[in-house]
Design a protein around this ligand. Structure first.
Ligand code: IVH
Length: 669
C-alpha cells in the first residue's frame, strides 16, 4: 500500500472501529458482527505494525477494553483484568508453547489448563470477609462499572462464600452469560411485546446486566461461570487448577469441561475435541482458553500490553474475512434449480484465497440483507465452500434488494417457484443448462474422472466438442490437445482416465444419468432392488414403489424418465460403449459398526455434500434412506431441511442429529 493510502485507510478503520466499540459497549446496539470487527481490527493493527508513525492515541489498538459509560459508578479493580491474545492454528499453539518453554528455561515441565471461552462478559466479584461486597464489569481492564445490585440478582453468583474461613479481600473473576435457551425465550418475549430482539446471547447478557433497574436484570435468564481469581491475599494457591477447585469448594460454578493436561500435544488434541462438543452446549463459546497452570510460571512469564504471556485464546473455524460482494450470479443446476452464487473481490480466509461463495436462495439473501456492492463477511467452515454471513457494517453501498431473474438466464423460459419450495426453477426440460450440468456432475461426482475439471467440461461444451455423456467417451487425445492447457501427456492421461471410468458401478451410472429425484441413495436402492437396467426400464410405478424409500411421486418420475425414447437411447448407447448396467459387488451393503442402523440425511451440510455423508454412513454399514419411518435410527438435519421429513421424524420420535453429531458419529468409528 502506498503511504498515503495506508494513512487514509488507518484513519477510516479507526473511525469505524471506534464507532463500533461505542455502539457495542455503551449503546448495547452493535453495528457490526464480531467477526467483522476482528478482521478490521487486525487490518488496522497490521498497518500500524508496518508504519508505527500511524499509531494515534485514539486508535482502538491502544486500549485494553471497553470505554466506560457514565451510567454506573466507576470502580478500580485491585489487580487489572487483562485480555487474551488469540491463536487460530495448531502451529500457533505450538509456537506459543515453545516461547513459554524458552522463557521459563530448559527442561522445566509445563502443565496447561483448558477452559471453554464463554461468550459473555467478564466481571470481577470482590468478596470481603466471605461476603460479596462489590461486582463490576471489566470496563477498560483497569476501571469497570459497579453493577453490584444487578449481579446480586444472578442466582449462580454466591452472595457469600460457602464454607467460610476466608478473611480479607478476594477477587473472583468469571463470565456472565445468557444460556441459549434463555436467549431464545427472551427474544420471543421481546418480540411479543413489540420490542426489538437482541442480536446475540452476549449482547443480551451485556444489555441485561447494564440495566438501571435491577428488577429488569432479575427477569433475565443470566448465569455465571467463575474462571479465576484476581487479588487473593491470605489464600495459599499454587496453581490455576487448584484455584478452580478452591472456587468450586466455596460455592462458585466452575465449568465442568475445564481440564488439565501435561503436554502441548494434548492441548491441541483437546482443543479440537471441543469443536464437536461446542454444538451441544446450551451456551455460546467462541474458543478455548489455554492457560499455563502454575502461578509462579504465570508470574515469571509476565505480560505484554496487558495481555498475559501465560494464556492464549484458541479460536477455531469458522474463519471469516470481509470483502466486497461484486455480483450475485445465477447458475442453473442439472435439475433446473436457479442457484445464486456470489462473485467476491478475492480475499484470503484462513490461508486460502476465495472469490466465490454459495448463496442459498432469494429469500435467504434478502433475509440476510446481502446486496451487490456491499462489503460482506465471508466464512469458511473447515475445507468447504465459503458462505456469506451478512453485511460487514453500517456502510451500505449496495442499494438494490436482490431479485431472481424472471427468465432462465440460459434458455429464456419463464422461471417458476413451486408452492412451498425455496428454489426458483427453469421448467424447460430441454434447457441447455441441464445437459451441461449433467455432464459436469458426471465428470466431477458420478464418474469422478481425474484430470478433467469443471472448466474443461465447460470449454468442451462451449466449443461444441462434447455435449453429452457418450460424446465424452468418444473424445480423443488429438481433440483434447487443441484446447488450451492440454499437452500431449495431460491429454493422454485425461483420455485414459475417461476410459477407465467406464468401470464405475451401476449405481454410480444411475446417479449420473440425472433421472429426476434420483440422488446417490436412491440410485443405490434402485441398483440393489432391480439388479439390472432392463428390469428398471420395464418397472411399473407399482413395482418401483416396492423399493425402499421410494414414494409414488418419485416412482412415477422414474418410470416416466425410462419411458422417454431419448433416455432409452442414451442408456443403450452407454451400454454399447461398455458402461456397467448390472449390479455388482459394490452394490452389496457394507458391514461395519453401524450395521443395523438406518439414517436419513436432509438439507445442506457445511463440511461435506449430502452424498458424501450418505456414502460415509453406508461405508460403516448403516442403511441410508430417503424417507423417515419409525425404524429410522436418526435423521441428520442440515440447512434448509425437508419440512415433511422433519415433521415425520419429530412425530415418530426419531432423534435429530446436527452436522456436528454426524461428524462425531463418523469420527468416533
Ligand atoms: S481468562 C488476562 N478464561 O475472554 C485475561 N477469559 O479476552 C484472562 N473469557 O475478557 C481471562 N471465558 O471475557 C478467561 N475461561 C475463560 C474465559 C475468558 C471467557 C473472556 C473474558 C475475557 C476475554 C479475554
Amino acid at each position: 500500500m502506498a503511504p498515503s493510502d495506508a494513512r487514509a485507510r488507518a484513519a477510516e478503520l479507526r473511525e469505524l472501529l471506534n464507532r463500533a466499540l461505542i455502539a457495542y459497549h455503551v449503546d448495547d446496539d452493535p453495528i457490526m458482527e464480531d467477526a467483522a470487527y476482528d478482521v478490521l481490527y487486525d487490518e488496522l493493527a497490521g498497518i500500524e505494525a508496518e508504519s508505527p508513525d500511524l499509531v494515534t492515541p485514539d486508535s482502538p489498538t491502544q486500549r485494553v477494553g471497553a470505554p466506560v459509560s457514565d451510567r454506573f459508578r466507576k470502580v478500580r479493580h485491585r489487580t487489572p483484568m487483562g485480555s487474551l491474545d488469540k491463536v487460530t492454528t495448531d502451529e500457533a499453539i505450538a509456537k506459543w508453547a515453545e516461547d513459554v518453554g524458552r522463557r521459563l528455561g530448559t527442561g522445566e515441565p509445563v502443565a496447561f489448563v483448558l477452559e471453554p471461552k464463554i461468550d459473555g462478559l467478564a466481571i470481577n466479584l470482590t468478596y470481603t470477609d466471605n461476603v460479596l461486597a462489590q461486582g463490576a464489569t471489566r470496563g477498560d481492564g483497569v476501571e469497570g462499572e459497579d453493577v453490584s445490585p444487578n449481579l446480586r440478582t444472578i442466582r449462580t453468583i454466591p452472595l457469600a462464600m460457602v464454607g467460610g474461613g476466608v478473611p480479607g479481600t478476594i477477587e473472583v473473576r468469571g463470565e456472565v452469560y445468557m444460556p441459549l435457551s434463555g436467549f431464545r425465550a427472551l427474544n420471543e418475549r421481546l418480540v411479543a411485546e413489540g420490542k426489538k430482539p437482541t442480536p446475540n446471547p452476549r449482547n443480551a447478557a451485556a444489555g441485561s446486566l447494564r440495566q438501571k433497574d435491577p428488577s429488569v436484570t432479575a427477569s433475565r435468564p443470566l448465569s455465571f461461570w467463575a474462571y479465576g481469581v484476581g487479588a487473593h491475599a491470605g489464600v495459599e494457591l499454587v496453581t490455576h487448577w487448584e484455584a478452580l477447585q478452591w472456587l468450586k469448594g466455596h460455592g462458585f460454578p466452575i465449568n465442568p469441561f475445564a481440564e488439565r493436561v501435561e503436554t502441548v500435544e494434548e492441548v491441541a488434541a483437546r482443543a479440537h475435541a471441543w469443536e464437536v462438543r461446542r454444538a451441544e452446549l446450551d451456551y455460546e463459546i467462541d474458543g478455548i482458553v489455554i492457560k499455563v497452570d502454575a502461578f509462579d510460571q504465570q508470574a515469571r512469564l509476565g505480560s505484554l500490553h496487558e495481555r498475559p504471556r501465560f494464556a492464549r485464546a484458541f479460536k477455531w473455524a469458522p474463519m471469516t474475512a470481509v470483502t466486497r460482494l461484486e455480483k450475485i450470479a445465477i447458475r442453473v443446476g442439472r435439475t433446473g434449480a436457479l442457484n445464486p452464487w456470489a462473485i467476491l473481490a478475492p480475499v484470503e480466509v484462513g490461508g486460502v484465497t476465495i472469490s466465490r461463495a454459495t448463496l442459498h436462495n432469494e429469500e435467504d439473501i434478502n433475509r440476510k440483507e446481502i446486496r451487490e456492492g456491499d462489503d460482506v463477511i465471508v466464512q469458511r467452515a473447515g475445507d468447504v465452500i465459503p458462505q456469506i454471513v451478512g453485511p460487514a457494517g453500517p456502510h451500505r453501498k449496495g442499494t438494490r434488494r436482490f431479485r431472481m431473474p424472471e427468465r432462465c438466464p440460459l434458455c429464456g423460459t419463464a422461471v417458476v417457484k413451486p408452492e412451498g419450495e425455496a428454489m426458483h426453477r427453469c421448467p424447460n426440460r430441454a434447457c441447455p443448462s441441464r445437459g451441461l450440468e449433467t455432464l459436469i456432475n458426471w465428470v466431477m461426482a458420478a464418474a469422478d474422472i481425474e484430470g478433467v475439471g469443471e472448466q474443461t467440461v465447460r470449454t468442451l461444451w462451449d466449443e461444441g466438442i462434447v455435449r453429452s455423456i457418450p460424446e465424452l467417451y468418444r473424445l480423443t487425445r488429438e481433440k483434447l490437445t487443441e484446447l488450451d492447457g492440454f499437452a500431449e501427456t495431460s491429454a493422454g492421461n485425461a483420455v485414459a482416465a475417461i476410459e477407465a471410468s467406464k468401470a464405475i458401478p451401476f449405481s454410480r451410472v444411475l446417479f449420473g444419468l440425472n433421472i429426476p429425484d434420483v440422488g446417490w441413495v436412491t440410485a443405490q436402492t434402485l441398483a440393489r432392488h432391480f439388479g439390472t437396467v432392463d428390469a428398471l426400464v420395464h418397472a411399473t410405478q407399482e413395482e418401483l414403489v416396492e423399493a425402499e424409500g421410494i414414494g409414488p411421486e418419485r416412482a412415477e418420475a422414474i418410470a416416466e424418465w425410462f419411458r422417454d425414447e431419448d433416455n432409452r437411447r442414451l442408456v443403450d448407447e452407454l451400454r454399447s460403449l461398455g458402461l456397467r448396467f448390472e449390479a455388482g459387488e459394490e452394490e452389496r451393503p457394507a458391514e461395519g459398526p453401524l450395521t443395523g442402523s438406518r439414517y436419513v440425511v436432509t438439507g445442506t451440510l457445511e463440511s461435506m455434500t449430502r452424498e458424501q455423508a450418505e456414502a460415509a454412513l453406508e461405508a460403516l454399514g448403516a442403511k441410508v434412506s430417503d424417507s423417515v419411518s419409525s425404524k429410522t435410527t436418526g435423521i441428520v438435519v442440515g440447512e434448509e431441511p425437508g419440512r415433511s421429513k422433519l415433521a415425520k421424524a419429530e412425530k415418530a420420535g426419531v432423534p435429530l442429529l446436527t452436522e456436528a453429531d454426524l461428524v462425531a458419529l463418523l469420527g468416533r468409528r
